[in-house]
Design a binder for this molecule. Structure first.
Ligand code: LLP
Length: 416
């Protein structure tokens, strides 16, 4: 079983910290996202410990899980936030994160979003194109401000991961190409409302091999040297997120200390504060989706299906990235069978597992889909008229409802 520490069996029943998951299902219904606060805190602390000797600032990448209570739990540990839109900025501020601890990414920020970020007073806007830099300058000039900017470099390093989550390659839309840097530096010399304060990269997500970070960091260091040569005072050196977690116990993630060992010596004496933007690393294994088996069926070729009340509308990762998620019966059984665990959505890609051994649980019993805390709820949808599920946070033996289940009225509330 995936050793997440915070989800474990006690007397044959799966628990989150010391709370039984069957009791949570009874109280809040299913499907239900269950998040362990202690897991979030423990992941954050292990990240901080790994990079303790480096002057750095960790900005939780809110896109992984934007639940206000999740943001708040990490902010209370000292984390800043990396946001990707006006909506995420709104959420981070609403969770109580001070603007000066928020950095804003996004390849397509609208002028309204730029204005929102500048009036809020965020620490940095990370820009990804010449046109965007011009837009930031325009908006800043209207507001009578000088915008603190980091430029996101595309280091042209192809990290080995799922092709949909690699971002540091010249084939991809992200970042500013090396060839454009001359023009970009010139802009900073000529546009009065921009101040170049940082360099930034993010090469992708769920990257197992630290060498990709090493290669990209080396390129960013070269850019740092050129920028300093031109007289820019670079304070922030943002290496992005992408640090891996274990989804499949057969494929354990590289420990975070291995990344720290490689990266710290490269950047510790460069006179910059390093920014990290972990998302998945902090949240993925902190949550499960609790779901009830509605029906079981066996077809004429002997294939077994567990049809459950959660689906791709709550966790699209298996459909979109063929990702592995462990699925466990909440009540342990001695016997297991090979089955597909599928959702109620009218798509063949609506599955959690295919042809995998699972406890021989009966209709009406509960399953837990593990590692659902990153890119789960945030990517959920109302497809098929589905209601977004409730979310609870567990801390020891305390349970808090952090998001109410949607209602049918909410499904139509914006329609005229
Ligand atoms: N910083 C930037 C600029 C990013 O674009 C991302 C993720 C992160 C940080 C955080 O990456 P993490 O540490 O979570 O890997 N939906 C996909 C992942 C998309 C990631 C998008 N950007 C999935 O479920 O695997």
């Amino acid at each position: 079983m995936l050793d997440t520490h915070f989800f474990s069996f006690s007397d044959g029943t799966l628990c989150c910290d010391s709370v039984r998951l069957d009791e949570l299902a009874q109280q809040f219904g299913t499907p239900l996202f269950v998040t362990s606060r202690q897991s979030l805190v423990s992941q954050y602390r292990s990240f901080e410990e790994a990079f303790a000797s480096l002057p750095h600032f960790t900005c939780y990448s809110v896109k992984a899980n934007f639940n206000l209570s999740v943001i708040r739990a990490l902010a209370q540990e000292g984390s800043g936030c990396d946001v990707n839109s006006g909506g995420e900025l709104y959420r981070a501020l609403k969770a109580g994160v001070p603007a000066e601890k928020i950095i804003m990414a996004g390849i397509g920020k609208s002028e309204a979003e730029i204005k929102y970020a500048l009036t809020s007073g965020v620490l940095l806007l990370k820009a990804e194109s010449v046109s965007e830099l011009r837009a930031i300058d325009r908006v800043a000039s209207r507001l009578g401000k000088v915008a603190s900017v980091a430029i996101r470099i595309n280091p042209n390093v192809t990290a080995e991961t799922h092709p949909y989550i690699t971002t540091g390659d010249s084939k991809e839309k992200f970042g500013i190409d090396e060839a454009e840097l001359g023009e970009v530096f010139n802009l900073f010399k000529t546009l009065p409302n921009l101040s170049l304060q940082g360099l930034d990269m993010h090469i992708g997500s769920q990257i197992f091999d630290p060498e990709y970070y090493v290669a990209a960091t080396q390129k960013l260091l070269d850019v740092l040297e050129s920028a300093r040569h031109l007289g820019f005072d670079i304070k922030w050196f943002d290496l992005g997120g992408g640090f891996p977690v274990t989804y499949d116990p057969q494929k354990p993630a590289t420990p975070i200390t291995k990344f720290a060992e490689k990266l710290i010596p490269m950047v510790e004496d460069k006179g910059v504060t390093v920014i990290f933007e972990p998302g998945r690393f902090l949240t993925a294994n902190a949550s499960v989706i609790l779901t009830r088996i509605l029906y079981r069926k066996r077809n004429h070729v002997g294939k077994e299906f567990f049809i459950v009340d959660a689906g791709m509308t709550e966790l699209i990762r298996p459909a979109l990235y063929q990702s592995h998620h462990e699925v466990l019966a909440v009540t342990r059984h001695d016997k297991s069978i090979v089955a597909d665990v599928v959702g109620p959505i009218c798509e063949s890609s609506d599955f959690f597992t295919r042809q995998r051994a699972i406890d021989d649980a009966a209709e009406g019993e509960l399953l837990a889909v593990l590692s659902s805390g990153a890119y789960g709820a945030v990517m959920s949808s109302n497809y098929n008229g589905r209601l977004r599920p409730a979310e609870v946070m567990v801390d020891g033996d305390e349970v808090t409802l952090t998001r109410r289940r949607e209602t049918y009225e909410q499904l139509v509330q914006n329609e005229l």
